[in-house]
Design a protein around this ligand. Structure first.
Ligand code: HEM
Length: 67
């Protein structure tokens, strides 16, 4: 896993973009292809990331607004 071609974007300010609502981020993490057909980001269904872990992850991502 990892290496060239496996990299996602910098998420340091992901919570600052008004497009990135809790609902949008949920859809993106559960199934990135629902937003972008050719997304390279793998889906994270409930067996990989349970609802509680997703909830705290979303709290964290939404808090990332840059300095
Ligand atoms: C739990 C782990 C992950 C989280 C929370 C996460 C989160 C995100 C978010 C929020 C975006 C949207 C950024 C934006 O719109 O500005 C994004 C996009 C993206 N992520 Fe992830 N990501 C994860 C894992 C991964 C992995 C493992 C990969 C690659 C192997 C990846 C590859 C990408 C790529 C290429 C994009 C660009 C948009 C697209 O192609 O859909 N991500 N990620």
């Amino acid at each position: 896993m990892g290496g060239r071609g496996m990299k996602g974007p910098d998420l340091a300010k992901v919570g600052a973009d008004p497009k990135h609502t809790r609902e949008w981020l949920t859809q993106h993490i559960r199934d990135a292809k629902s937003h972008k057909e050719d997304s390279r980001m793998p889906p994270f269904p409930a067996d990989k990331l349970n609802d509680e872990d997703l909830r705290v992850l979303l709290d964290y991502l939404l808090s990332l607004k840059g300095s």
